[in-house]
Design a protein around this ligand. Structure first.
Ligand code: SRM
Ligand code: SF4
Length: 564
């Protein structure tokens, strides 16, 4: 008798779902506030998460009431492309069916929170009617494909954008379930006839993430992706092929050393005509060999870590049917966020607007949501969502610049000169109250931490330093904290593990410095290190490079002696 490999229960849910249908259509029509667990898993593939308001959880439980359920909807925007009509629809949906805010994600998507079950169908249908999609934004499948957000018309950027769209299309699920459920299409295929040519019935063992970069421009955090694709051009700007990176991923679980963040390896190089087949081969190897039992060990990074990059390369070559060529040496990476004004290269301009933690909202002083709506309505501009949670307004005519700036000014939206560097380079994940996995706060407390930082850096004369601070409410790493110069990772109620030594160009992981630091102690712990940096840095050395050079023991010694 042959051994049947053990599988997680989510594998069985996927398999019997008839290609993501399950009972979603019937359950959607029922007058309930939420879905049963199996359906919650399937809904992810359709781009929505069932959540409950964590601020009210205990109170409601104590009162014997059910949780305050609602849904987060995430859109899939390859390369961050958000056409005007789509953006305006999302803006209206946020007000009519959501919590009044939009959120630009760290993978160039948009999220709406707070949608009630009875409005879920209408919200997703509206997104689809307005050139958007949520299909495959979440779930065990290829997620939004990233690409550098700058709308330059130069060849490397055009190729990167086109490649991202081609890969996204290749890996979009073929199942008609999405259209049947959310657009009320007739069921054309029976599930038996229908095929997912790449994924099969059980889709992928776990989420899968791809980014396309432009050589030298690491706006997409390429090394944190399961698969990275970098077009290589010759000196005449002719595309000669693609470099591939493999096995990046950031999540870990506290106190489980078998889980860890990992930067990707260099896998090799393929010719232009082989890129889609190579992507397919990488996905298929992960489908066939990824861990389908232990979901904490199911990402491609663990397969490559366990089997070795040589084994993986051989498998990819076998699936591709030809050898990969050696990695093509490239210039070093720089981080780009493309804020402020830039020329696109076609006589038009684009404007990058800094958005704290990606949250587009109106508050007492800054009416960012109104400003963006007014601008997009007035000038019919498209947006590019960025991997650092900002937006670029693209295709701006020279004569539109002044009236556009006037709208921003009248709504109190700060210009880049008014945004401190530490705020500009910071990111936080949503965490509480929406994220079901949050151990503590992130988005709601980072602004306060940043203010303290701003004051301290100004006091030390370090305000012009580009120091990236990335915070998350748990170790899953949604704001990519392990790449930040300072990573603040939620480790308990009101407690954070502090990581140091990443770099702005995001080519290496930072290292754990101190565990379980209370929110109010973060600055107290870091202040001696900032002072040490000011006194002992090499010319032009960044804070992250400084921490790496000094090393953990030395930093601890200094940190603790100066604290006493
Ligand atoms: Fe994430 C789960 C938010 C980018 C690693 N992530 C979640 C969920 C859906 C919580 C859940 O499963 O119930 C969060 C929803 C919170 C909320 O209320 O909105 C969530 N992740 C986000 C976003 C919105 C954070 C943001 O500040 O923008 C990002 C959405 C990106 C998108 O448009 O697709 C987001 N998540 C990331 C990234 C960064 C990236 O991809 O570049 C990571 C780390 C990279 C990686 O995947 O290795 C990341 N999220 C996770 C994980 C851990 C995955 C793993 O390998 O174990 C989870 C938990 C899980 O999958 O079990 C998770
Ligand atoms: Fe939630 Fe953790 Fe992701 Fe933050 S890092 S959004 S707390 S899963």
């Amino acid at each position: 008798m042959t051994d049947i490999p053990k599988r997680s229960k989510i594998e069985a849910i996927k398999e019997k779902s008839q290609y993501l249908r399950g009972d979603l259509k019937q359950q959607l029509a029922e007058p309930t506030t939420h879905f049963p667990e199996e359906s919650v898993q399937l809904l992810k593939f359709h781009g929505t998460y069932q959540q409950d308001n964590r601020d009210l959880r205990k109170e409601l439980k104590d009162a014997g009431q059910e949780p305050d359920y609602s849904f987060m909807i995430r859109t899939r925007n390859p390369g961050g492309y958000a056409p005007a009509i789509f953006y305006l629809a999302m803006d209206r949906l946020a007000d009519s069916l959501g919590n009044g805010t939009l959120r630009v994600t760290t993978r160039q998507g948009l999220q709406i929170h707070g949608v009630r079950k009875e409005n879920l169908h209408s919200a997703i249908a509206t997104i689809n009617q307005n050139l958007g999609s949520t299909l495959g934004a979440c779930g065990d499948i290829n997620r939004n494909v990233m690409a550098p957000p700058a709308p330059f018309i130069s060849r490397p950027y055009v190729i990167a954008r086109q490649t991202a769209h081609q890969i996204a299309e290749l890996l979009t699920p073929h199942s008609g379930a999405y259209y049947e459920i959310w657009q009320d299409d007739e069921k054309i295929f029976t599930s038996e006839e229908e095929v997912e040519p790449i994924y099969g019935k059980t889709y992928m063992p776990r989420k899968f993430k791809i980014a396309v970069a432009v050589s030298g421009d690491n706006s997409v955090d390429i090394y944190t992706n399961d698969l990275g694709v970098i077009p290589v051009l010759d000196k005449h700007e002719k595309l000669i092929g693609y470099n591939l990176t493999c096995g990046g991923g950031l999540a870990m679980t506290h106190a489980k050393p078998e889980t860890f963040p990992r930067v990707a390896d260099h896998l090799g190089f393929v010719l232009p005509e082989d890129i889609l087949a190579a992507v397919r081969a990488v996905v298929l190897v992960q489908c066939d060999f990824g861990d389908r039992y232990n979901r904490r060990h199911a990402r491609l990074k663990y397969l490559i870590h366990d089997q070795g990059i040589e084994w993986f390369r051989t498998k990819v070559e076998e699936y591709l049917g030809k050898p990969l060529q050696p990695w093509y040496e490239l210039p070093s990476w720089e981080f780009q966020d493309y804020l402020s004004w830039h020329s696109q290269g076609d006589g038009k301009f684009f404007l990058g607007i800094s958005i704290q933690n990606g949250r587009i909202k109106d508050d007492e002083t800054i009416r960012l949501k109104s400003a963006l709506r007014q601008i997009v309505e007035c000038f019919r501009l498209n947006l590019h969502l960025t991997p650092s949670q900002n937006v670029l307004l693209v295709g701006i005519l020279p004569e539109q610049r002044l009236p556009l700036e006037e709208i921003l000014y009248s709504c109190g939206v700060p210009s880049l000169e008014q945004v401190s560097n530490v705020k500009r380079y910071s990111m936080a994940c949503p965490a509480l109250p929406t994220c079901g996995l949050a151990l503590t706060e992130s988005e709601r407390v980072l602004p306060g931490v940043i203010e303290e930082f701003e004051a301290k850096l100004a006091y030390l004369g370090l305000q012009d330093e580009k120091i990236s601070i990335r915070m998350t409410g748990c170790p899953n790493g949604c704001a990519r904290p392990y790449m930040g110069e300072i990573g603040l990772v939620g480790s308990g109620i009101d407690a954070y593990n502090i990581y140091l030594g990443g770099n702005l160009s995001c080519t290496r992981l930072n290292q754990l410095y101190q565990q379980k630091v209370k929110r109010d102690e973060i600055l107290t712990v870091l202040e001696p290190l900032l002072l040490y940096f000011k006194q002992d840095r090499l010319p032009k050395e960044s804070f992250g490079d400084f921490c790496l050079r000094k090393g953990s023991d030395d930093l601890h010694q200094v940190g603790h002696s100066r604290l006493r």
